[in-house]
Design a protein around this ligand. Sequence first.
Ligand code: AHM
Ligand code: MG
Length: 345
Amino acid sequence: MVMPSIDDTKIVTIERHILNEQRTYPEATGVLTYLLYDIALAGKVIASQTTRAGLAEILGRTGNINVQGEEVMKLDELADRMIFNLNNHTNRLAVMASEEQEDILRIPEQYGTGKYVLLYDPLDGSSNIDFNVSIGTIFAIYNRKTESGLGTLEDCLQKGKDMVAAGYMIYGASTMLVYTSGRGVHGFTLDPSVGEFLLTHPNIRIPEIPRYFSANQAYMKYWSEGVRRFTRYLQGVEKDDAPPKSLSLRYIGSMVADFHRNLLAGGIFYYPADSKDPRYPNGKLRLIYEGAPLSFIAQQAGGYGSDGYRNLLDIQPESLHQRVPMFIGNIELVEKAEEYIRKFD
Ligand code: AHM
Ligand code: MG
């Protein structure tokens, strides 16, 4: 039988890529490499479960009993537990925190602690699971601030600009992992036939000419004057000194997917403060699990993330679940949003 020829010199697995990066840091100990690899492994397991999401025992709600008489776990809880369990015993982490959990996640007593801190949103966009829409996992890695022992809240509340690495997995038509450790942004696609993430998108840069904007325009009535005018600018109907923009609208309601599209095609995603909606006076999205890591990735790809006034990476978090308005994508568009907000709000 004649096999299609594969140029194996061109295959770069995520492991090989991370190791290559590590070699360029003479002081690197390899701990971050293994940590990233553990996160990739969690991504593979979560991907294997999301592709089964149509099956009854996964789709059931917590508290339900499946046909085997076992309690059913929701997919977001499963992802949350998977990431914690794959990382709690490796001696690489001082502490973790998850968007799904109220408090910090301590490393169990029987295991040692390490020098890094892992913050994660286990399944972003999880309200989309039932509709077979892409969802994702977001992660951020910091150095611990405390010296030793169990990590603390202080370790988790760091400015985004001190982040060591960040990334996301997207569970879509294919599963991808996109990450940065401060040397550009690299994307890998999971090849299900070999179970490996392979480098498919090296050195991602946001295209200079943007194509899309992504925001839930149903909430326009809650937005401030500046954000409303900015939206009309994107639609090409607001009078402005700059040439009019007429972008296409794409909004899935799954931020990782919306962000990923705009990263590859150019554009802006925003979830502003809903000034007239008491539910989200500071927007819906979380600073440490969503805003900061995606801003680090955007910045490394030549883009920018802002809360409408300042760089999201400069904000000192006050609490684990602090929400923040988000404008993220091409620099020119995000700065335009800031300009409108400064002028009209
Ligand atoms: P989640 O972390 O609870 O899933 O919520 C975050 C999600 C984002 O993925 C998405 O951009 C946003 O919520 C959608 O919210 P809305 O339905 O208000 O537009
Ligand atoms: Mg989320």
